[in-house]
Each structure stands twice: as structure tokens, then as C-alpha cells.
Design a protein around this ligand. Sequence first.
Ligand code: XLS
Ligand code: NI
Ligand code: NI
Length: 453
Amino acid sequence: MAQAPAKRMKPSNSTRDEEFFPGVSQIQYKPDAGPDETLVFRHYNPQQEILGRTMEDWLRFSVCYWHTFRGVGSDPFGTATIKRPWENGTDSVENAKRRMRAAFEFYTKLGVKYWSFHDRDIAPEGATLAETNANLDQLVELAAELQKKTGVKLLWATCNLFNHPRYMHGAATSCDAYVTAYAGAQVKKGLEVAHRLGAENFVFWGGREGYNSLLNTDVKAELDHMAAFFRMAVAYKEKIGFKGQFLIEPKPKEPTRHQYDYDSQTVMAFLHQYGLTQYFKINVEPNHTTLAGHPYEHDVVFASAYGMLGSIDANTGSPDLGWDTDQFPMDIRNCTVIMKTVIEQGGLAPGGLNFDAKVRRESTELQDMFIAHAAAMDTFARGLKNAARIVSEGVMRKSLLTRYVSWNSGMGARIAAGEATLEECEKLIHDHGEPKNTSAHQEHFEAMLNHYI
Ligand code: XLS
Ligand code: NI
Ligand code: NI
């Protein structure tokens, strides 16, 4: 595999001064590509219309900065395996700028319209908050310039409130109020940056908002503090007029033993409990969903059912491993069921499909970055086409509605409308006896899904 794709690389005709991917030109739509041509799109044809909207509009692909431009292939057992040619091994602002130019060349050649980042991905931390913010400003100005030049937009920004040692006990849920105040200062700046770059969303992922031991944790106090922190963020968002959608990204654990934003339902209950529902939606990451012990599409379906699905961190894991391995989504069945929900809710905008995914640490060549993204985009494009047929033909939906037909009239309709009483229930059963057993036809549904995949 290492050899084969290299031969396919064409010399680039770019006229830029500095080219970081000279071996790769714009990825093309080539429906008749052969099986080993993996630097093309076979299905993703951005301007093709599906159910009255372009594929590009349905899918709203985004590349994440942290994995694709900061990932070096290290894991808990091994150091870096990936060395990118634009990196000079320093954490300087100059190196960060070169990296960012490489990133925008990548987005353009891949043909995505969006990117996403954490504040600390794009600029080095300084000795003080003031120094850190000054570094960030330099990179934000470059990002604004590159966004303008390329037309690539910011799907979302977020603050890294988990990596620095100060956040070891959490950020919004730290036992140390001074640390929470630091996180507040960081989020203030993060919101200003998101506003400056026209971010369409702003994500909160509470990496260390959870516990490792219940013996040393006041869970109620920590959750109260988290709600208070979110209220400060909402107030500042409104003050500066930032219009992006706030998103919370659930994850059940890792790095903490238990993370408070466990899954979609937990986040919705939290928001409801603290009166915050109207200010947030959910950014579902399927690898987190499976980590929570749910089927791949579970959180997407649950969030969407309550009108709370805001965006998707499109990735997958290896359920046999039980870690957040952030692999590229390559499973057509999974992408089909996700896109079915997206179509049913009328789209994801202002959210999108953000590839929170990293090439394996053994995939060390530059072209692997392109192949991984292009193949995952193609998988979602296939999923979109399949899902469009499922939704427009309506056969599966009809079968589903048939299961619930008893709720449309009589006692079912009265219970659903809140008009029935327990006494009426009792009378009905005395008069008519045992319910008839009806089949769920699960295999019928599975076979129907396979028809479309
Ligand atoms: C980690 C999360 C993280 C968020 C952004 O597991 O997926 O990458 O998406 O902080
Ligand atoms: Ni994520
Ligand atoms: Ni993740």
C-alpha cells in the first residue's frame, strides 16, 4: 500500500510560492475509478442535487486541526511516528503559521468548505495569559486572511480546557475556583476569536469535567458550577453579539473515569435541569456513543428526536477496544443510518460533519491524510444517497408506523392525548381480555435496510 498510491500522484500545477503537498492535486470526482484509485471521489460530487439540495450542502464536511495538523502518531505506549515536512520541531509562532498555511492548502485540495480547531491547536501557549492571547491573535489574523483567500469557513472553534496541568481536576468543575476562573478567561478569549473568524458554532467538550473517585468528589457542587460556567459563556456570547450555535459534545469517559456529559440524553437532562436548553444543541461523536455502550447511531437519533442534534464529529472506533480511537468513518451502513436521521431532520446546518478522526500512527505518509478524508467523505456520500432513497421511498417508515397503529384511534389516541384514566384502562382490559401478541419484525427491518446499502 505504501508504494502503490505514490505512482498515482500527479505533479501539482499550483502557482503558490510555498506548496506543502506538491505531489497531490485537487481531488477529483471520478465515478468509474478502479478499486486501487483511492485519491479520488467515486460518490462525492459536491454540486450533485439530492432531494433538492447539493451534496455539499447536506454533508458540510469539516477537517479538524488537532488530529490532522497536530497529531504525531503518539499513543500511551509509543512516541511520535509521524513527521510532517513543514514542522521544524519548535513550538514557535513562525512554525504555527507555516503549519496553518499547509492546513489551508490541504482543505482546498481536498475540497472541504469547513475547518475546526481548539485555541491551543493553532497557537503556542505563552508564559502568561496575555502572552498566550497575543500568540493566538497572530494566528487568528492569518486564519482570517486564509479563510478569505480560500473561501474555507470555520465550522466551529473550541477551547482546550483539558490538556494543561492546571486543568487536572477539571475546568468548569474544578475543586479550585481559581482554575475555573482561568477557564472563564480562556473561554472569553475563545468566544472573541470565534466571533472574529465567523465560526458557525462553538463547542464545549468537557474532557476533564467528571470524576475519577466519588470519595473525593462533590458531584452536585461540580454540576452546579458547570451550569454557572455555561451561564457566563451565554452572557458573554450575547454581550459581544456572537451568533454561532453553542454545542455540548457528550462523552462518557476518557480521560476521566466518568464524564458528566455522558451521552445525548444525559446532556439534555442537564440542560433541562439548569434551564439552559434554549442556548445549546449537541455535537454527537459516534465513537463516544459506542464508548457509552450504545449502538453507533444512538446519540444522533436521540438528540435529533428532541430537536437537539446540532453537529456531528464524524468518526468511528473499534468497539472491541473500547477506546476513543477516532478512526475515519468507512462503514457504509453506519453512514447511511446517520444520514437518514440528518435528512429526516431537514439537514445539519449550521452544524456539519466534522472529521474528528486521525490517520493511524502507522499511516505515516502525507497522501494518507488525503486518502483517509476522501474515502470517509465518499462513505458519507454513499450514505447520503442510500438514505435519500430510504426517506423518499418511505417503505421503512411505513412499516415503522404500522407498528404503532393502535395509537391512532380509540384508547391509544386517548392515552396519548392525556385524556384517559387508569379506571378506563381497567375497564377496557376487563371487557376485552389479554392483548394479542404482535411481531416486531426486526429481521424484516434489517433486511429492508440492507436493500438500500
Ligand atoms: C475528544 C473530543 C474532542 C472534541 C473537541 O474525545 O472528541 O476532540 O471534539 O474538544
Ligand atoms: Ni470530538
Ligand atoms: Ni473524541
